[in-house]
Design a protein around this ligand. Structure first.
Ligand SMILES: C[S@@+](CC[C@H](N)C(=O)[O-])C[C@H]1O[C@@H](n2cnc3c(N)ncnc32)[C@H](O)[C@@H]1O
Length: 245
């Protein structure tokens, strides 16, 4: 991994959200209570994220889950200055890498946190407060016994629906066809979402371009890229049947 410019923690601070210290009981997604309706929603408290305070404006907020090196957020934040972007990445070195890219360009509309995205949604994001959730090339966890580690579970999708305002979007992409089937299967069964479209494309880098580092790799290899977009309806938030069970 090419080393980005080194910043001190103080220099990176404006580009990160400092997660309050909370006790985490049990692993996300394992034996935890599902997010039905607004039942599990955190009421606004000192611990929940106040987007307007964090970004210093009331612009809409879009969240990317597992932003890796942050290419999608970098281009989005640069090209759409009237939207705020929040990246959640579980691996510290990638979160720092992405954050450093935002710091180099002094982007005020891009911020990150190093944490499990499902946990952040559940504990810190208030209902209907974001306008889009992006999930691009999530780790496939190939082995059957590891599949429960996948970020995109029925409960995760329910939390994504809960935090998204009516009319907002869920956007997903992957080069793992089986995982795409699982994700779309979950979302299609939820009344809180309406499908706007999906496609599988084998376009080369030159033909199709790329939004993220993993999409670039897939296009270079000629692996088909699957993509779907959903709109948040006014329907209730439900937890789909777990395809892994
Ligand atoms: C295959 S990479 C894709 C990175 C980027 N989205 C792209 O398309 O280039 C998946 C990323 O998701 C992160 N990730 C995996 N599980 C996560 C979770 N539960 N919460 C946040 N990030 C997660 C991984 O650390 C990794 O950086």
């Amino acid at each position: 991994m090419r080393k980005p410019r080194r910043f001190t923690p103080e220099e990176l601070a404006p580009f990160q959200w400092q997660m309050p210290l909370t006790r985490r009981s049990g692993a996300w997604g394992v034996g935890a209570k599902p997010a039905e309706g607004t039942e599990s929603a955190p009421p606004p408290t000192a611990a929940t994220i106040d987007w307007a305070a964090l970004f210093g404006n009331a612009n809409p907020v879009e969240v990317e889950v597992g932003m890796g090196k942050g290419l999608f957020l970098l281009n989005s934040a640069t090209g759409r200055p009237d939207t705020n972007f929040f990246g959640i990445e579980i691996v510290r070195k990638y979160q720092l890498y992405a954050t450093s890219r935002f710091a180099v360009r002094e982007l005020t509309n891009a911020k990150t946190v190093c944490a499990d995205a499902g946990w952040v949604f559940q504990k810190f994001v208030t209902t209907g407060s974001v306008s889009a959730v992006h999930v691009y090339f999530p780790d496939p966890w190939w082995k059957a016994r590891h599949k429960k580690r996948r970020v995109f579970s029925p409960r995760f999708a329910a939390e994504a629906a809960r935090i998204t305002r009516v009319g907002g979007r869920l956007l997903i992409a992957t080069d793992v066809e089986e995982y795409f089937g699982v994700m779309t299967g979950i979302v299609r069964s939820m009344p809180a979402y309406r499908e706007l479209g999906s496609e599988t494309s084998t376009g080369s880098l030159e033909q199709a371009g790329y939004q993220t580092n993993f999409e670039r790799k897939a296009r270079q290899k000629g692996t088909p890229v699957c993509r779907a977009q959903f709109e948040r309806t006014a329907g209730p938030v439900t937890v789909a049947t777990d395809p892994a069970s």
